[in-house]
Design a protein around this ligand. Structure first.
Ligand code: HEC
Ligand code: HEC
Length: 301
């Protein structure tokens, strides 16, 4: 390989070759290449898009506020349980006790790889799906967070020990995605809906049946226990199964559910467990894309 590079570099009168070789060499050895800034048209538009994601399908405040309400500050505090025990969602405003010293790249690394700027790791369970978040969306989210008031509230971070992480199988679900991830064009409705469902709203982080030693995860087939402030609910099957899932619901009924929290039978789903209050604040075009995608999810009984 080195021989090839030496040969290319010897064409002193062909600077382009040198540049190409440099680019290749850089690509081979650079651990985390420096990426171009995301193609956001303007800060105003990016901030609005960030608000749509944070307050809408991304539902950050569902966990990162004291009471999970849409109007509450993202200053942390909600107690959630995962396989490692209880944890409070941290303050993610720009306060000193929050993300005051974080850069956009730090937020990207946290969402993509669950690694904080000091290299400590967070649980992969709550953010499962953010690994594939588009660069443009991370930028928009950070612009929006920057526009919010700073709310001081110190939340004691949970430090997972090396033993916890290994014995409880921390690394098996840890995925680090590096490099530039482009945004999906919203005019490809089903694909955009899949991105919104799997990467932004991450419905599967609650609604997929967890893997066991003998079986693999069953996508959106229900069965995961969600625990908040000491109460537990099981997330139901939302595949297009007519018997076990929401196969009998029409597209209009799924849309109505996401915009109101009401099932076709008139039952109000508990908004402390399914983030429907946040979904109500998402742009209608995003909800339509999620509905189109959900319809295409195969039935699991
Ligand atoms: C289902 C609940 C939940 C949702 C939704 C959620 N988070 Fe989190 N987040 C957590 C928890 C819990 C932690 C801490 C986990 C740990 O310490 O192991 C965390 C950690 C973080 C951290 C690290 C902060 C620090 O000081 O260590 C950032 C940044 C963050 N989340 C941003 C976001 C953003 C932005 C969104 C929305 C796009 C979001 N989160 C949505 C539960 C959630
Ligand atoms: C934080 C976990 C969580 C997330 C994320 C989540 N849900 Fe839920 N969902 C639940 C729980 C728990 C219930 C049951 C609540 C109840 O019965 O009161 C539920 C109920 C539902 C129901 C009612 C089903 C029925 O048969 O009554 C539908 C439909 C649904 N969710 C769709 C979605 C969609 C679509 C998304 C993503 C856009 C989503 N949920 C994201 C936890 C979640």
């Amino acid at each position: 390989m080195n021989g090839v590079f030496m040969a290319v570099f010897s064409y002193r009168n062909r600077p382009l070759w040198g540049l190409i070789a440099l680019a290749l060499l850089f690509g081979c050895i650079a651990p985390d290449p420096i990426l171009p800034p995301p193609p956001v048209e303007s800060v105003g538009a990016a901030t609005r898009h960030g608000q749509e994601l944070v307050d809408g399908l991304g539902a950050c405040g569902f966990c990162h506020s004291v009471d999970g309400h849409t109007a509450s500050a993202l200053s942390g505090g909600r107690l959630i349980r995962d396989k490692f025990g209880d944890v409070r969602a941290p303050n993610i405003t720009l306060a000193q006790s929050g993300l005051g010293s974080w850069s956009e790249a730090d937020v990207r690394k946290l969402l993509r790889a669950n690694i904080r700027p000091d290299e400590s790791v967070i649980s992969p369970d709550f953010h499962k799906g953010f690994e594939w978040i588009a660069d443009e969306d991370v930028a928009a989210i950070t612009y929006y967070i920057r526009s919010l008031p700073r709310a001081e509230n110190s939340v004691e971070p949970r430090r997972l020990s090396f033993i916890d992480r290994n014995i409880t199988g921390f690394f098996d679900t840890r995925l680090e995605v590096k490099g530039f991830i482009p945004a999906i064009n919203p005019s490809f409705k089903t694909e955009y809906g899949q991105y919104l469902t799997d990467t932004i709203a991450r419905c599967g982080s609650c609604h997929s049946k967890p893997e066991t030693f003998l079986t693999s995860e069953e996508y959106l087939a229900g069965g995961r226990e969600i625990s908040f402030d000491g109460e537990v609910r099981v997330a139901p099957n939302i595949t297009s199964s007519k018997s076990a899932g929401i196969g009998e619901w029409s597209e209009a009924e799924i849309k109505k559910f996401l915009l109101s929290g009401q099932t076709p039978q008139g039952r109000e789903v508990d908004p402390r467990f399914c983030p429907v209050r946040f979904y109500q604040r998402a742009p209608e075009s995003q909800i339509d894309a999620v509905v189109a995608y959900l319809r295409s999810v195969p039935a699991i009984n």
